[in-house]
Design a protein around this ligand. Structure first.
Ligand code: HEM
Length: 143
């Protein structure tokens, strides 16, 4: 039993253990890039959310969200090296995040998560976090 690995999943009593943190288990950077790029394909079609994003810098927004999620799940800490403490609620204050915006955000994320083909456990873990985080980001109930 390794003490240094925070998560060890054994698929069955005889099964081989799967080691590494969540970021490693789901495939590292390429998986998070696929997730965020698929999410932004949805954003591009969304007439409520798209206007909130910087027109000239969607690629920058893609890199920021990818880096943040990688860091959160145990990947490299590049996001905070470049952006400092996440303070996500504060950083979202300039945007009108009402329940409609939240549900749209989550709908695009749902499609993106489904596209990854993760194991049910990894998928449920990721989704529970994204749902909770999106609910926490709501900053107005105005239409
Ligand atoms: C609930 C609906 C949400 C809306 C409408 C929304 C919208 C936005 C917008 C318009 C930006 C600016 C784009 C940029 O230039 O980076 C942004 C940034 C960001 N969002 Fe969200 N967001 C939502 C939820 C979330 C959630 C749940 C997370 C995390 C799980 C998240 C993580 C981020 C991050 C990391 C950034 C970049 C922050 C920075 O370093 O400046 N957002 N979001």
């Amino acid at each position: 039993m390794s003490e240094s690995n925070p998560v060890t999943i054994r698929l069955s009593k005889e099964g081989e253990s799967v080691q590494g943190n969540f970021w490693e288990q789901v495939g590292g950077r390429p998986t998070f890039e696929r997730l965020v790029r698929a999410f932004y394909e949805g954003i591009r079609t969304d007439d409520v959310l798209l206007p909130m994003y910087p027109e000239e810098d969607l690629e920058g927004a893609i890199q920021r969200l990818t880096g943040f999620l990688e860091q959160y799940w145990g990947g490299p800490g590049t996001y905070s090296e470049e952006r400092g403490h996440p303070r996500l609620r504060q950083r979202h204050m300039p945007f009108k995040v009402n329940p409609d915006a939240r549900d749209r955000w989550l709908a695009h994320m749902r499609v993106a998560v489904d596209g990854l083909g993760l194991s049910p456990l990894h998928e449920a873990t990721l989704w529970a976090y994204l749902e909770r985080a999106a609910h926490a980001m709501v900053n107005t109930f105005d239409d």
